[in-house]
Design a protein around this ligand. Structure first.
Ligand code: FAD
Length: 492
């Protein structure tokens, strides 16, 4: 039964929320299986993190590489917190997903012999990063996949439409309430909902992410009782442009640039860190230099800048010529390792609700995501979730009463400043306790989880607990409904 201001419920097999890499691909995979899909996207294309992705997709495609080596590097970077089974699935399936993207029409950069040109990035022991358009990988992929989704007869695309709450009936997620920017709200019923709403890095004041990356999926899922995991693990990218108060502040300078030989130096020209060490190490080394009052710069003068045209043009727009002068950089919040807790098929703890890409957490990234494993995750787990979702039962035949819209998930400037200050690269109990009073629910959950993890591990550095606690190896902190409900689980 429709309610005032709400139309009759739409019906499809799967509702996918979010049109970044994970959502677009999940929608296409489900449609390929002959499912009817509704794809709900709040933002225009250019505002997904996927569109902004630079480096590429990690996949063991080179002759001297293997899924085993990729797994070894992943486990090494991720500081004893990786769920090995999830990492293994990623490393084994990523090459097939790259080939599938090629079949769908994505053109990755090739070398002179026509083979895939694979980049080297921090923490990888082999060249294994497939890229497109130099450092415009995300732009190319989202452009190509969006065009396919828009034309697909089995996919209905609802653009500029927000999923404002999840529809739960008798303990199952059966759909969403979709609110277009203009017009009437529309309840959508389906066998399953796949959340692909991206990460939460824009909750922090200094970020590489688009403004909308505020953990919407986590907020929606938590509101209906689905478990979240690893919320304390926010990855800080080491090299984001410093241009305080200006549009380009936080612009990401990809790791691939360091893979090609760019160095990190102080204003005095001193190198102080292995530029290809895992991200947590490089970010912390830079942070310490900055605290000592040094300036940190990335020196790209010796590398082939022709490979990175979009970085050069963004830096030029910000007033820098990287060919002649090193560029100031500092860490910024970049990637959300935590998210809606899922199994290896993207299933959350709430039947019928799935989460993939950056909004999900299957434990794969541990405490420190390895560079370019996240796009790979979008495709590997987007594929698995889309197929698993089709096995869910039909939604109720008679339209149950639709849900009310949830509160808008827009953090205030004060919340963003508080997270940067109190839950930044180094945290302590005093600061985190102050976060527990923040008006934004997800900020409180970050504070609570970061307080519970009384150790330092990867991206989570506690100045009051500087050592890693081996008893927490492979342990993930689960958050259930209610701010205070936390519990540890070991994921193998
Ligand atoms: C600058 C930058 C460079 C990066 N480079 C790389 C790289 O080289 N390699 C790599 O592996 N990773 C990289 N990453 C990380 C990677 O891009 C992301 O992890 C990945 O793209 C996330 O994809 P996603 O589909 O999960 O989410 P997103 O791409 O963020 O898409 C989320 C979508 O959900 C929509 N949405 C959110 N809430 C709602 C709602 N309530 N209703 C409807 N729609 C909603 C958004 O509008 C958006 O369309 C980079 C990230 C950034 C920011």
């Amino acid at each position: 039964m429709a309610r005032d201001g709400i139309t009759e419920a739409g019906r499809s097999d799967v509702v996918v929320v979010g049109a970044g890499a994970a959502g677009l691909y999940a929608a296409l995979v489900a449609a390929r299986e002959a499912a009817q899909v509704t794809l709900v996207s709040r933002s225009p294309l250019a505002e997904s993190a996927s569109y902004w992705a630079q480096g590429g997709i990690a996949a063991a495609l080179a002759e001297d590489d293997s899924a085993e080596l990729h797994l070894e590097d992943t486990m090494k970077a991720e500081r004893g917190a990786t769920r090995e089974s999830a990492a293994r699935v990623l490393c084994e399936d990523a090459p097939a997903r790259v080939h599938d993207l090629q079949r769908l029409g994505v053109r990755f950069d090739a070398d002179r012999s026509g083979a895939l040109a694979l980049g080297l990035e921090g923490g990888h022991s082999r060249r294994r990063v497939a890229h497109a358009g130099g450092a415009a990988t995300g732009r190319r992929i989202t452009r190509d996949l969006s065009a396919l989704a828009a034309q697909h007869p089995k996919i209905e695309v609802l653009e500029l439409t927000t999923a404002s709450s999840l529809w739960v009936v008798d303990g199952r997620c059966v759909g969403v309430l979709a609110e277009p920017a203009q017009g009437t709200s529309r309840p959508l019923l389906a066998r399953a909902v796949v959340l692909a709403t991206g990460g939460a890095a824009a909750l922090w004041e200094r970020t590489t992410n688009p403004r909308g990356a505020t953990g919407v999926g986590m907020t929606l899922a938590h509101a209906v009782g689905a478990k979240l995991a690893d919320v304390e693990f926010m990855q800080f990218h080491p090299t984001a442009l410093v241009r305080p108060g200006e549009e380009h502040d936080g612009f990401l300078i990809t790791e691939a640039v360091r893979g090609e030989g760019a160095t990190l130096i102080t204003a005095g020209g001193e190198r102080f860190v292995n530029e290809l060490a895992p991200r947590d190490e490089v970010a912390l080394a830079i942070e310490h230099r900055l605290r000592e009052g040094d300036e940190v710069l990335i020196d790209m003068r010796e590398i082939d800048l022709a490979r990175f045209p979009n970085i050069v043009s963004a830096l030029e727009a910000a007033g820098f010529d990287p060919a002649t002068r090193p560029v100031p950089v500092a860490p910024a919040a970049h990637y959300t390792m935590g998210g809606v807790a899922t199994d290896l098929e993207g299933r959350s703890s709430l039947p019928g609700l799935y989460a993939v890409g950056e909004c999900g957490c299957n434990g794969l990234h541990g405490a420190n995501r390895l560079a370019s494993n996240s796009l790979a995750e979008c495709f590997v787990f987007g594929h698995r979730a889309a197929r698993a979702a089709l096995d869910e039962p039909e939604p109720p035949a008679n339209d149950p009463p639709p849900p009310a819209p949830g509160p808008p998930a827009i953090p205030s400037v004060e919340t963003r400043q508080a997270l940067w200050r109190l839950a930044g690269l180094e945290r302590d109990a005093d600061g985190l306790t102050r976060l527990l009073n923040d008006p934004f629910p997800l900020a409180r959950l970050v504070g609570r989880s970061a307080l519970e993890r009384e150790e330092s591990r990867g991206a989570h550095q506690r100045s009051d607990h500087p050592a890693t606690d081996p008893s927490l190896d492979e342990k993930h902190l689960l958050v259930s409904a209610g701010d205070a409900a936390h519990g540890w689980e070991r994921w193998g």
